[in-house]
Design a protein around this ligand. Structure first.
Ligand code: PMP
Length: 430
């Protein structure tokens, strides 16, 4: 099978392809869909309408092929071998790191640490940076729209250290109240941890501004980019984040791989996370010395195939052009928001100034799980529940929402199918 047209191969610089995409033909979603084998199938006899992209995205053929090519022709453990396959696997793994660096516009590949996902990346920062710098009476500042994975690791740290978790509140639209955020940045704030895009509401936080506000008070910032990287251009040198995390599986890559970006000077000064092979320079029974970054934070055999798959995914996205993807998804979100607004008793939850990818809603007194189950019979996959954001649900006095979330391969026809499905739900419950 031929790789999707225009997808750069491992090692080619990404920037050139972004430029190529900028001058390319109009966005052709039908062609894009043909890159995703899973989308060609039927579910319950109906064409699959996959609108659960905030949970995980589907994988283009180039990603699936990169992973199987690695296992078919390139599998070996990295770093330690002098034989051909080991050296080749090491090169591919490092090429993937370089791809991530270019994708994020980080200064150096050594600022890119491979982890299992956004969750592990946040835990890493909490347990290394946090544990070594946060003490009794200190504060960690988060916002009211965080995913549990950007709440619980900080709560655990605060409980251990006698520190306090502070939360910047949100308004009824789902926007963070920036004056409150500023007021909560105090002399005891040791780190601020903010989501870039909310998975439950779709709110895009003005993170650049929030980072500036925090830096004015010498507070470092971790940004949870799990829901941003698939939808927006993220540029580390422009944003100025101290740490930025995301998961491969939400950005068309495999599960089990993710990224922690950290500024080199911070990573250098941090203690290691896990001990083991590869993260050391020398070991005696008395004492070990640690490897340089990024290897200091990558103990043990990593997910080599996962990193290669993630590299292929970011190349795919760059070849399409993230700005064109963002525009396509923005139009979808506007169309969907407008289309559902005509449905009686449907209330959109989350009306932030700027949103990406997510339409959360409730429908009268119908339980969101019932909405999800009925839509499933039509082949439509959405997510229902609290979306690992229970405090957000509490803020809106609801237990759950139904959430449709969009990706670069979704179409207006799929949104029409969603609307027809919701109307069917209403008929069932009327
Ligand atoms: N942050 C946000 C905003 C998310 O949406 C998610 C996944 N739903 C995570 C963090 C955690 O990602 P993972 O489970 O891949 O570690």
């Amino acid at each position: 099978m031929m790789p999707a047209a225009g997808v750069p191969r491992t090692g080619a610089p990404l920037a050139a392809h972004a430029e190529a995409a900028a001058g390319a033909a109009p966005y052709d979603v039908i062609r894009v869909r043909s890159d995703f084998p899973i989308l060609q199938q039927k579910v319950h006899g109906k064409p699959l309408v996959y609108l659960d992209n905030a949970a995980t995205s589907q994988k283009p053929r180039v990603v699936i092929e990169a992973i199987s090519r690695y296992y078919e022709t390139g599998n070996a453990n990295i770093h330690r071998g002098v034989h051909y396959l080991s050296e080749h696997a090491t090169e591919e793994h490092e090429a993937a790191r370089k791809t991530v660096q270019q994708f994020l516009n980080a200064r150096s590949p050594s600022e890119i640490i491979f982890v299992r996902g956004a969750t592990e990346a946040i835990n890493l920062v909490a347990q290394t940076y946090g544990r070594s710098r946060i003490g009794w009476g200190d504060e960690v500042l988060i916002t009211g729209i965080e995913h549990h994975s950007n709440i619980v690791p900080w709560q655990m740290l605060c409980a251990e250290k006698g520190a306090a978790l502070r939360v910047a509140p949100i308004d009824d639209n789902g926007d963070v109240l920036l004056d409150d955020f500023a007021a909560l940045l105090g002399p005891r704030t040791k780190i601020a941890a903010l989501t870039h895009v909310s998975n439950a509401l779709g709110t895009v936080n003005p993170v650049r501004k929030m980072i500036e506000m925090a830096h004015q008070r010498n507070v470092p910032v971790l940004v949870d980019g799990a829901q941003a990287v698939p939808h927006l251009r993220v540029d580390m040198q422009n944003l100025g984040a101290d740490f930025y995390v995301f998961s491969g599986h939400k950005v068309y890559g495999p599960t089990g791989i993710g990224v922690l970006y950290g500024k080199a000077e911070l990573l250098d000064a941090m203690p290691p996370y896990q001990g083991g092979g590869d993260m050391i320079l020398s070991v005696t029974f008395e004492k070990s010395t640690y490897n340089k970054i990024p290897y200091k934070f990558e103990a043990g055999t990593p997910d080599i195939a996962g990193a290669i798959g993630l590299g292929a995914a970011l190349r795919y996205l760059s070849a399409l052009g993230i700005e064109r993807v963002a525009e396509h998804e923005h139009q979808l979100l506007e169309y969907a928001t407008q289309s559902v607004s005509a449905i009686p008793e449907l209330r959109v939850v989350g009306k932030a100034r700027e949103k990406a990818g997510v339409l959360s809603f409730v429908l009268g007194s119908v339980h969101p799980h019932d909405i999800g189950t009925i839509l499933d019979q039509d082949g439509i996959a959405i997510r229902t529940g609290h979306h690992c954001s229970q405090p957000v649900m509490r803020r809106f006095n609801i237990a759950a929402t139904a959430r449709a979330s969009f990706a670069l391969y979704n179409t207006r026809e799929e949104i029409d199918a969603l609307v027809r499905g919701i109307e069917r739900v209403r008929r069932v419950f009327s």
